[in-house]
Every structure is written in structure tokens, then in C-alpha cells.
Design a protein around this ligand. Sequence first.
Ligand SMILES: [Zn+2]
Length: 86
Amino acid sequence: MAQASPYGTRRQCSRPTCSTAAVVTLTYEYRTSHVWLDLLSSERDPHSYDLCRQHANTLSVPRGWQLTDRQGFAFGHPSDAVHRAS
Ligand SMILES: [Zn+2]
């Protein structure tokens, strides 16, 4: 739900009931059953969703899917990446 504003593009969480500002971008790939969480991307991708902090933290993936949290990479701490299997 991109919104134009004088301060640039401000994006909201993709969850229908949530109007919090998005801080995380979720990307998925069916072929490999993989979901990635990254810091908010500068460009919208048709295969991505924007999520607020709370919804990113409470995200769960379908059974058989893998979730990789890559937000830590942006701060130069690759070891912070968390791998969670469903
Ligand atoms: Zn949200």
C-alpha cells in the first residue's frame, strides 16, 4: 500500500488490519519454498510484501517452507541471520 507523500514514499504494513509503517520486506520463492526477511527494500517487487516490525517478528511460514531472516546483514553482522525451519 504505497502512499505518496512530500517526504518520499512511505509504505505501510501489508496486513489488511494493520496501518503501521513497514520496516521489513518479505520475499518468497515458490520453487524453493523459501521466505526471506530483509530490511525494507527501496523498490517494490511483485513477489514481496512489506511488513511492520511486529508482524515481521511474529511471522510464521507454511509447513515445509524455510524462513531466513537477513535483516542482520545490513548491520554487518552476518552471524545475526536467523534460520528457522517450520
Ligand atoms: Zn503490521
